[in-house]
Design a protein around this ligand. Structure first.
Ligand SMILES: Cc1cc2nc3c(=O)[nH]c(=O)nc-3n(C[C@H](O)[C@H](O)[C@H](O)COP(=O)(O)O)c2cc1C
Length: 358
């Protein structure tokens, strides 16, 4: 396979792999720094990033902003001039503050999905931080890029396309997922359509806008498939979970290694989108009815603690700290294919097909 660097404006990643942001606490400075040091682009998830600090219970926003700055600093140190970005969900409460904090701490790239990040171009104005929205349809790509053009006279520096096999929140209705499941490369036509739309905006703005595909990319063959289709790179998350450098608890990594195909399931999420996660006691409990929220950690704009099916912050913190039966273990559709613990360098080498010369 002919591996070309992934170029996003003046950022050049030798390996065209972006590690997908994974919250809460799964992709922090440890994983992001390691991926960046190995030639890819490492992404820290900003979601409740201060969860492990004493301040979090009293003041989650302050704890999160302090932890975000600290993780960016550490990841950059580990990255040894590699590229470090942050994934900030548009549905996050205080979204703007997380973006401003990331820009202030000179992060290279901000990736935003789970909604349309309409004002992201304005928030990074006068900085060198690049921006990449996540889209899951031709329609979504058109709407967002048109809005950015009309409102800000700006376009994306890169576009991440997330397909139906991804982990975490999915930009698809549950019925659509049923239809798309189990067919290899089931999203290719939509992806080709998105590449066309992005090309239209790239031509208008006189620049190249790389398109990066994520969701079920797990092998060298997958990577080749998406590069041949016209993508500039791939976004990979699940494959990086069972690595020594991943920031999650050992039990979380083992849950991926032990997962069977039948255990990869779809769950309702307070974000209002379906999510993909490993079937466990927690998911079975959510199917019996809402789980009462004892405390609100102010994570999502549209979540009402009185009516939400469960507290997503609490559920994700439980699992990342090791309680993988009583927490939400987000995973990609291909998580069951992961059989062993690896290092980041090994995963990259396997997917790219050769040792990364970085
Ligand atoms: C454990 C886990 C947590 C995730 N958390 C987030 C998140 O906080 N924000 C987000 O935009 N995507 C999130 N994702 C999606 C990934 O960034 C990525 O795009 C997707 O999982 C790629 O598919 P793959 O896991 O099959 O490689 C998460 C995925 C996993 C597996």
């Amino acid at each position: 396979m002919n591996i070309k660097p992934l170029v996003i404006g003046d950022l050049v990643a030798k390996i065209p792999i972006i590690q997908g942001g994974m919250g809460v606490g799964v992709s922090l400075s440890g994983l992001a720094g390691a991926v960046a040091a190995n030639g890819g682009i490492g992404i820290i998830s900003s979601a409740q990033i201060g969860f492990n600090t004493p301040l979090f219970e009293k003041n989650p926003l302050k704890a999160n902003l302090e932890a975000l700055a600290e993780h960016i600093r550490i990841a950059k140190e580990k990255a040894k001039n590699g590229i470090v970005g942050v994934n900030i969900m548009t549905a996050s409460r205080n979204y703007e503050e997380y973006v401003r904090c990331s820009v202030k701490n000179k992060v290279d790239l901000i990736i935003s999905g789970a909604g349309l990040p309409i004002d992201l171009p304005k928030l990074v104005e006068n900085s060198t931080t690049k921006i990449a929205p996540i889209v899951s349809s031709v329609k979504g790509a058109k709407i967002l890029l048109k809005m950015w053009e009309n409102r800000h006279n700006k376009t994306a520096d890169a576009v991440i396309v997330e397909g139906p096999k991804a982990g975490g929140h999915l930009g698809f209705k549950a019925e659509e997922l049923d239809k798309l499941e189990d067919i290899p490369y089931n999203f290719d036509n939509e992806l080709k359509g998105i590449i066309e739309v992005v090309k239209g905006f790239a031509d208008k703005f006189g620049k190249h806008i790389p398109v990066i595909f994520g969701g079920g990319v797990a092998t060298n063959e997958d990577m080749k498939h998406f590069l041949d289709l016209g993508c500039d790179g791939v976004q990979i998350a699940s494959r990086f979970v069972a690595t020594e450098e991943c920031d999650a608890h050992e039990n979380f990594k083992q849950a991926f290694i032990n997962a069977t195909k039948e255990k990869v399931s779809i769950v309702k999420s307070p974000v209002g989108m379906p999510g993909r996660a490993i079937l466990n006691d927690f998911i079975k409990e959510t199917k019996q009815g809402n789980i009462k929220v004892k405390k609100c950690y102010q994570c999502l704009t549209h979540c009402d603690p009185l009516t939400t099916p469960y507290c997503i912050t609490k559920a994700l913190i439980n699992s990342v700290k090791g309680d993988v039966e009583n927490g939400l273990v987000f995973c990609g559709e291909g998580a069951y294919q992961i059989q062993k613990m690896s290092t980041v360098a090994e995963v990259i080498e396997e997917i790219v097909g050769t040792k990364a010369a970085v």
